[in-house]
Design a protein around this ligand. Structure first.
Ligand code: ADP
Ligand code: S3P
Ligand code: MG
Length: 169
């Protein structure tokens, strides 16, 4: 089984992916964590040293490698912005679009500063624009959507599992 989680920064991809994988008894891959291991530095440092494009190239390479990965994959929030990633994502068994309101993701990003997100460091207006601009690309690749606003994590993963089961029938 392949389950890929997409959605904006702070929507809960990493947190939910880890729990969902455990509940389904599947391996878990957080793409950002894997990329940090591979490039040997925090994402923020790569952005500063080599630019965002260098990160995007590594991200696409990893996504292509994961095409036959059996498990739960948490992507980074920018995954659906490149057309080549959209093509790849459409080939995975199930892609879940996690969504929440802008105020919720903005709150979560701010309380979670330690995990540096270079694209969230600027003006809140820019972040909001990115939030709305990216929505359409997540929709394009999604098999189904899952709301993560004001809900306990276990309830979110239970709802995803129910939708996954519904798909099998
Ligand atoms: N359903 C939720 N309710 C409350 N806090 C959440 C929820 N999902 C995620 N969080 C918190 O929001 C922050 C961002 O979550 P994270 O999983 O890193 O998001 P993403 O990988 O989508 O950027 C973390 O501090 C996490 O604990
Ligand atoms: O939205 C983005 O472009 C990014 C989101 C981050 O992942 P999360 O969505 O897990 O924060 C990380 O991949 C990188 O900072 C770029
Ligand atoms: Mg994450």
């Amino acid at each position: 089984m392949q389950v890929v989680l997409v959605g904006f920064m702070g929507v809960g991809k990493t947190t939910i992916g880890r729990i969902l994988a455990k509940e389904l008894g599947l391996p878990f891959m957080d793409m950002d964590r894997e990329l940090v291991n591979r490039i040997g530095m925090p994402i923020k440092d790569l952005f500063e040293q080599s630019g965002e494009e260098a990160f995007r190239l590594e991200e696409t390479k990893l996504l292509a490698e994961l095409r036959s990965y059996e498990g739960v994959i948490s992507t980074g929030g920018g995954i659906a912005t490149r057309p080549e990633n959209v093509e790849l994502l459409l080939q995975f068994e199930t892609v879940v679009f996690l969504h929440a309101s802008f105020s919720v993701v903005n709150y979560r990003i701010n309380k979670n500063k330690r995990r540096a997100r270079p694209l969230a460091e600027g003006d809140v207006g820019e972040l909001k624009k990115l939030f709305f601009d990216r929505k359409v690309s997540y929709e394009k690749v999604a098999t189904f959507r899952q709301n993560t606003n004001h809900k306990p994590l276990k309830k979110i993963t239970a709802e995803i599992r129910e939708k996954l089961q519904g798909q099998e029938c």
